[in-house]
Design a binder for this molecule. Structure first.
Ligand SMILES: Nc1ncnc2c1ncn2[C@@H]1O[C@H](COP(=O)(O)OP(=O)(O)OP(=O)(O)O)[C@@H](O)[C@H]1O
Ligand SMILES: [Zn+2]
Length: 687
């Protein structure tokens, strides 16, 4: 190295981001072939005792004498090993997106940048160019486009002239209104301009569906998908294809919001209300919010589609930040919204939780050779096993939760930590052999339906039978080919699917969501019920939805009965405004856990007092409290909620406060004495 310095070959130093939990970037001596346009390239550098792949954030002049304030002397810098030139540099707007995410969600910039890159591209060797070629490209003729409905035409007339600049649009289209067709027409227009489209979906299960529709419509256009079930190798390939511009359409789940797309022309977020857009590990970002930020920065339109928009987006419409576009009718010429019925079960005798009316509905469905769906948002056989003699319940040994009875493999399973053991033959406490399952889940409902309708073809669909995307695809095909009479399923079946033969949807066990401690529970319940109701009668036969409830007068059900999503959202927002909840306040939460709750609470109490309240009048810090489910996998958990009427005030406070926590004795980012692990979440969805 000394030699090349003498040769005057090294003129630059590189500022490099590295995947490390530190808020700093690192400077290295640049290799001889460096030019100022190398910003955004990957670079192999020595780090600690090993080598790492970092990302070049800046190419700065090397001031040999080290006089400039931030310029170290050349001999203090380690030389970078080599710059990887197998791919074009990450675009500047992509770097800004990652840096913005890091600052807003309080993560280290290096972590945000490098973790957005697939691991296959974070290895010190260049990617084999050959590997990048395979982009899925189906060669066949494009199918006929349907004639647009009046609603679709109106929406497109509004959107199409606005493709060349930023606008945030909430596409509020009832279930079955043909939002996908609107997306396809927008994509077509953007592709015609030679630009790329980013299409986000909340769930892996929805990607093949959409991918199929997109590749059918645009048979000659290279499409790639990015989600957690794409293999590492394919992810690297797809990411690279987006970066080089080879891929024109990227379809993916939340992580795809970080796909580098140099010719980005449009972002679409389907089912924008879905909580799955929130990342709950590592940097806890919200992909929808980041997508809107990204669109703004890139100067491209963003379309947020939903039949049940999030209250946050609804508020953004009210404040004028988003423009609302409506699809108020179903697309299929003969399809109307399903008729809704609330079955008041207070004075009914139920058989295994099912009323006679509900069973009669299913019988009618069978007689008419139509598909029915029984929706119960709880998997397993029963949520808890109890002893009739001593009151023993099947608690999890490691969590503050019951273990769920699973009948097929006869196990008790914790749905939080996964702890599983065989169902005991007798009570572990008193030896009584009469153990009884309480309540019901999908398996138990399936069992009783088989008793009532022995001739029917019944299919249960939940996480236990559809663990992977492949399994789900098999089930989906089965449903679509009408090999099924009655479906029993959880919310897996609610989202975004189009099953033309399905006419009846029966809902049981929904009341649990009405009075939950989490104030977002009703919002989620309403969206779920509207979505699941939306599966009924999407083609030529009218649909019926029957909801069993003990609270038929509840405002939520009344809105549901009238299909009145706007009324529900207005109610929600009014309640939130009165309570001072988001979006009328900004929140952040510090969560901490340790073996003992006392250590956790001590830690939170201590950090709460780090800055006196009078020094941050705009940010209120609540008392530390144990989390609702205090014990998870043997660790006890508590949280500290921060709230402010101003998002900026909260951000400023966090920027000052979090480094103070990490600087404390024995503390680092993420760890504290007493075996405490902690982390921060901005805009939490659960608190
Ligand atoms: N212009 C049209 N003419 C005829 N059929 C259409 C038209 N647009 C869409 N459809 C059909 O209507 C059905 C519903 O469309 P789509 O799945 O796009 O609805 P959606 O708004 O996404 O509904 P959801 O929110 O329930 O998923 C599909 O079968 C689709 O093929
Ligand atoms: Zn557990």
């Amino acid at each position: 190295m000394q030699k090349s310095l003498e040769n005057q070959a090294v003129l630059w130093r590189l500022r490099v981001a590295i995947d490390a939990p530190l808020a700093v970037n690192f400077d290295y001596l640049a290799p001889a072939d460096t030019t100022p346009s190398d910003v955004g390239l990957r670079v192999v550098v020595p780090f600690g005792s090993g080598r790492r792949v970092g990302l070049i954030l800046a190419v700065l002049p090397l001031s040999g004498d080290g006089t400039a304030a931030d310029a170290p002397a050349a001999d203090q810098l380690k030389p970078a090993e080599s710059i990887l030139r197998d791919l074009p540099p990450m675009p500047v707007d992509w770097i800004s997106l990652c840096l913005f995410a890091a600052s807003y969600y309080q993560a280290a910039p290096g972590e945000a940048l490098l973790q957005a890159i697939p691991t296959g591209l974070r290895k010190p060797d260049p990617v084999k160019r050959r590997a990048l070629k395979a982009v899925s490209k189906i060669e066949h003729e494009a199918p006929m486009q349907p004639a647009l409905t009046a609603g679709q035409t109106a929406v497109l007339d509004d959107l199409l002239p606005r493709l060349n600049g930023y606008s945030a649009n909430l596409l509020f289209g009832i279930t079955g209104s043909g939002k996908t067709e609107v997306y396809l027409r927008l994509i077509e227009a953007v592709l015609a301009q030679g630009k790329q489209v980013l299409l986000l979906v909340p769930e892996i299960n929805l990607t093949p569906l959409l991918e199929a529709r997109v590749t059918q419509r645009f048979p000659h256009v290279p499409v790639v998908s990015l989600h957690s079930e794409v293999t590492e190798a394919a992810r690297a390939r797809h990411f690279a294809a987006a970066l080089t511009g080879e891929a024109h359409i990227v379809i993916g789940t939340r992580l795809a919001v970080f796909t580098p797309m140099p010719k980005l022309g449009l972002i679409i977020i389907d089912e924008e209300h879905d909580p799955a857009y929130k990342q709950l590990e590592g940097m806890r970002y919200h992909a929808r919010d980041l997508a809107v930020w990204r669109a703004h920065q890139a100067g491209v339109p963003v379309v947020l589609g939903s039949a049940t928009p999030s209250p946050e987006s609804w508020a953004n419409v009210q404040s004028g930040r988003y423009q609302r576009l409506d699809l108020p009718e179903r697309a299929h010429a003969d399809a109307v919204l399903p008729a809704m019925t609330l079955l008041d079960t207070r004075r009914m005798t139920l058989d295994e939780g099912l009323s006679a009316q509900l069973l009669e509905e299913l019988a009618q469905g069978l007689a008419a050779k139509e598909q029915s769906l029984l929706f119960i948002n709880r998997r397993g056989y029963a949520p808890v096993l109890t002893c009739t003699a001593c009151g023993w319940v099947s608690n999890c040994r490691r969590c503050a939760a019951h273990r769920v009875v699973h009948s097929l493999d006869r196990t008790l399973r914790c749905h939080h930590c996964g702890d599983t053991s065989p169902i005991p033959r007798q009570c572990p406490d008193c030896g009584n052999a009469d153990l009884r399952p309480l309540g019901r889940g999908t398996q138990r409902v399936e069992e009783s339906l088989r008793k009532h309708f022995p001739q029917a073809r019944i299919l249960r669909v939940d996480r236990d039978v559809a663990t992977t995307r492949k399994q789900w695809e098999v089930l989906e095909a089965q449903i679509r080919s009408q090999d099924v009479d009655i479906l029993v399923g959880t919310q897996m079946l609610a989202k975004g699917h189009d099953f033309p033969a399905l006419t009846r949807v029966c809902v049981v066990g929904a009341d649990a969501g009405l009075f939950a401690a989490d104030w977002r529970a009703p919002e989620r319940l309403f969206a779920q019920l509207m979505q699941v109701a939306g599966r009924a009668g999407r083609a030529d036969r009218p649909g019926r939805v029957i909801v069993q409830t003990e609270h038929p007068d509840h405002a939520l059900y009344q809105c549901l009965l009238r299909h009145d999503t706007p009324a529900f959202l207005d109610l929600e927002l009014t309640a939130r405004q009165q309570a001072g909840f988001p979006p009328y306040a900004a929140q952040a939460i510090v969560r901490a856990e340790a073996k003992q709750i006392d250590n956790v609470l001590d830690f939170l109490q201590r950090i709460r007092g780090l800055v006196p309240q009078e020094q941050h009048p705009e940010v209120f810090i609540y008392d530390p409290v144990p989390m609702r489910m205090v014990r998870l996998a043997g660790r006890e958990r508590a949280q500290l909620l921060l709230e402010s009427p101003s998002r900026i005030a909260l951000q400023n406070f966090l920027n000052q406060w979090l480094p103070m926590i990490s600087a404390g004795r024995g503390m680092t980012r993420g760890h504290a004495p007493g075996g405490v692990r902690w982390g921060v979440e901005v805009d939490p969805l659960e608190c």
